[in-house]
Design a protein around this ligand. Structure first.
Ligand code: DOR
Ligand code: ZN
Length: 358
């Protein structure tokens, strides 16, 4: 097979930033083979108002008119049930992203996930409005805490997910960027009663980079450093099984997170985030082909994400279909312009599959 139709593709976890970085990166969503993108709100300051989210969406559409952008709020004390109701009724947002304070880039305004009860009225409003709660699943360490570290923070977060799902069984919840065997097993467990045709309420997104990285690839290479960090070969195996399984509760969220190259080389600590947007589908195709599962790729990058978010495909900005074409190319060493340089994932490597819009 040298050509595969992937249909209307969706990447349900994308960082596009603002300012000059946004101008550089927003057009690369389509270049990477993605039609529908769910946009993260962790700007500075974070997105918590209807005016700002509407303005941001318009800026993105101006830069990339053929991409359909789904938008989110940043979970914070500013959000009220009334604001959620109004934002939902205007179609301004499709979900709310929760960042535990301090665990990753621009999470300083985040929340304490050990006690979500103060947000329960907001979650009730979200449930009523069919909005998605996107969880960054890492338990934050308290000062001088010796129990929590970057390798166990995700497994330690999973009981929090389990409790939220049991308190809000009808709230759509996503554990974003699953990186561990335990995370995959938890999503399986919470869907253990699933039968074909059922509506999925709790799902996991999985990135492209966590399908090829392990701890050895980022310890010593800040370009491959992201949060949650890539774990062990055994974890990667579980992630690859999950994405190729054809189970509707695992779908694509790239967590493509560009940083200027200077942010990857700072003596005060490097920025977490890997930029994959421009070659998103090509990276995935490598992994699926190696498993002889290219026939499962469309479900992972199209059907399951669109279904979970109830995307009405008759209302997209563009109805072009993404095609995967077997044609080798090399990932450039850098992308950018005079002002910004970003190093893409697998810079310099040869990949086998390109995308075309038809
Ligand atoms: O590696 C990451 N980078 N993980 C996140 O959760 C945030 C992201 C970013 O915004 O750079
Ligand atoms: Zn992210």
């Amino acid at each position: 097979m040298s050509e595969i139709e992937l249909g209307i593709t969706a990447d349900m976890h994308v960082h596009l930033r603002d300012g000059k970085m946004m101008e550089l990166i927003a057009p690369t969503v389509r270049e990477g083979g993605i039609s529908v993108a769910y946009i993260m709100p962790n700007l500075v300051p974070p997105i918590t108002t209807i005016d700002r989210v509407v303005e941001y969406k318009q800026q993105l559409e101006n830069l990339s008119p053929k991409t359909t952008f789904l938008m989110s709020f940043y979970l914070s004390p500013e959000l009220t049930p009334e604001l959620i109701n109004e934002a939902a009724s205007k179609g301004a947002i499709q979900g709310v992203k929760c960042y535990p304070a301090g665990v990753t880039t621009n999470s300083a305004h985040g929340v304490d996930p050990n006690d979500f009860t103060k947000f329960y009225p907001v979650f009730e409003a979200m449930e009523k409005n069919n909005l998605v709660l996107n969880l960054h699943g890492e338990k934050p360490a308290k000062k001088d805490d010796e129990e929590i570290n970057i390798l166990n923070a995700e497994p330690l977060f999973l009981p929090i997910l389990e409790k939220l799902h049991s308190d809000f069984p009808n709230l759509k919840i996503i554990l974003e960027h699953c990186t561990s065997k335990q995370a995959v097993e938890m999503i399986e467990k919470l869907n253990s009663g699933y039968k074909p045709g059922d509506k999925v309420n709790v799902a996991g997104t999985i990135t492209a980079h966590h399908l090829s990285l392990t701890i050895d690839n980022w310890a010593g290479n800040p370009i491959n450093y992201c949060k949650p960090v890539a774990k062990f070969p055994q974890d990667k195996k579980y992630l690859i099984e999950a994405v190729t399984s054809g189970k509707p509760y695992f779908f694509f969220g790239s967590d493509s997170a560009p940083h200027p190259i200077e942010g990857k080389a700072r003596h005060t600590g490097v920025c977490a985030g890997i930029y994959t947007q421009k070659y998103a589908i090509s990276y995935l195709a490598e992994v699926f082909e190696k498993k002889d599962k290219l026939d499962q790729l469309k479900k992972f990058v199209s059907d399951f994400g669109l279904e979970f978010y109830d995307v009405d495909t008759s209302k997209l900005k563009n109805s072009d279909k993404c095609w995967l074409v077997k044609r080798k190319f090399n990932v450039p060493e850098i992308i950018g312009n005079k002002e910004i340089t970003v190093v893409p994932f697998k810079a310099g490597d040869e990949l086998d599959w390109q995308i075309e819009w038809r």
